[in-house]
Design a protein around this ligand. Structure first.
Ligand code: NAD
Ligand code: TYD
Length: 340
């Protein structure tokens, strides 16, 4: 299979490229990435060294560039697209929604349109549980749950999902959607809860917990999500959306305390700050359709996943330093400055 992976220099894309090239010796991957603050070509240096120019090709560019996308698909004889590329952080979408619309909505439309025009037989669009909105204390999201996004980020992802649906219904274009819960693991940018708390705790800095810390997320180790995307690519039904979850619902404060305890740091570092506007209270995924139709089951418990994640960040302090560019610092300083 000759795959166009978009956003392959981000957190999940990086893990996906490693997994697919090692697992499928016949696979060729072209990685189209704009290298925003969240994209890091250095993540895939071992892959460039081992497979560069043969089974792996990197293209620096924007998914919203129709000419470039068409060129890649024809030049590399691509037969499937997996679209990870996105602006992915809720707090940034609250500060400025514009790049979210340009990449997540317009970019997805360009990819869909170009792939359809060139007759591609397979397209996997990577979406999120956040398109369903929020849950009360009980129940789980199923694929039948109506979309009700609450943040500009989730609204942009839901818009892309609607375009995918429309391309299937209108043009019979074979697009399949994955909707997954919160990922964690190696290569996650230190603005999301788990790597941010690991970074701050290991430096003895205070940990900003939004609101009462009782918002619940269903945590999935990143390689379990990558397997879900792989199964969708190989066995997913066109026009279908599949939910993926990690069987690990946790309130944020519990995650934060687990990290502090593992790093031998005191809970006095916890700093409750002003809540995120429109903060979804609880996410939980019913992934029984993916289990039934694709044979998906998460392999990692949260205990194993967080232990491996802590170990990875400990061994990769240089990576943490490297990804902290000026733009990241500016955003974080402003965001937390306003929330103290
Ligand atoms: P990320 O922010 O770590 O990486 C995004 C990547 O996309 C970066 O490499 C960036 O450079 C690239 N990119 C951004 N705009 C682009 C553009 N216009 N053209 C080409 N490349 C562009 O994100 P992530 O956490 O790896 O998430 C990947 C996908 O999975 C996203 O679509 C996200 O919505 C979805 N998702 C993420 C999670 C999670 O917990 N992180 C959960 C469910 C779904
Ligand atoms: P995040 O990692 O941003 O993922 P998402 O908003 O997509 O779920 O946040 C996970 C949870 O952690 C969410 O409830 C918000 C909370 N949170 C904090 O309490 N403090 C923080 O500094 C961050 C980044 C998140």
């Amino acid at each position: 299979m000759r795959l166009l992976v978009t956003g392959g220099c981000g957190f999940i894309g990086t893990n996906f490229v490693y997994m697919m090239l090692r697992k499928h010796p016949d696979m060729v991957i072209v990685n189209l990435d704009k290298l925003t603050y969240a994209g890091n070509r250095f993540n895939l240096l071992p892959i460039e060294n081992e497979f560069g120019g043969t089974r792996y090709h990197f293209v620096h560019g924007d998914i919203a560039n129709a000419e470039l996308v068409a060129h890649i698909i024809t030049e590399h004889k691509i037969d499937a697209v997996v679209n990870f590329a996105a602006e992915s952080h809720v707090d940034r979408s609250i500060a400025d929604c514009n790049p979210f619309i340009l990449t997540n909505v317009l970019g997805t439309q360009v990819l869909l349109d170009t792939a359809r025009r060139l007759g591609l037989p397979k397209f996997v669009h990577v979406s999120t549980d956040e398109v369903y909105g929020t849950l009360g204390p009980t129940g789980k999201f199923t694929e039948e749950t109506p979309l009700a996004p609450n943040s500009p980020y989730s609204a942009s992802k839901a818009s892309a999902d609607m375009l995918c649906r429309a391309f299937f219904e209108t043009y019979d274009f074979p697009v399949t959607i994955t909707r997954c819960s919160n990922n964690y693991g190696p290569f996650q940018f230190p603005e999301k809860l788990i790597p941010l708390m690991i970074m701050k705790a290991s430096r003895g800095e205070s940990l900003p917990v939004y609101g009462d810390g009782m918002n619940v997320r269903d945590w999935i180790y990143v390689t379990d999500h990558c397997r879900g995307v792989e199964l969708t690519l190989l066995k997913g039904k066109p026009g279908q959306a599949y939910n993926f979850g990690g069987n690990a619902e946790k309130p944020n404060i519990e995650v934060v305390k687990t990290i502090l305890s593992a790093l031998g740091q005191p809970e006095t570092l916890i700093n409750y700050v002003k809540d995120r506007p429109g903060h979804d209270r609880r996410y939980a995924m019913d992934y029984s359709m993916a289990a039934r139709e694709l044979g998906f089951e998460p392999e990692y418990t949260f205990e194993r996943g967080i232990a491996e994640t802590l170990e990875w960040y400990k061994s990769n302090e240089a990576w943490m330093e490297q990804v902290q560019s000026g733009s990241y610092r500016t955003f974080m300083d402003k965001w937390y400055g306003e929330r103290q």
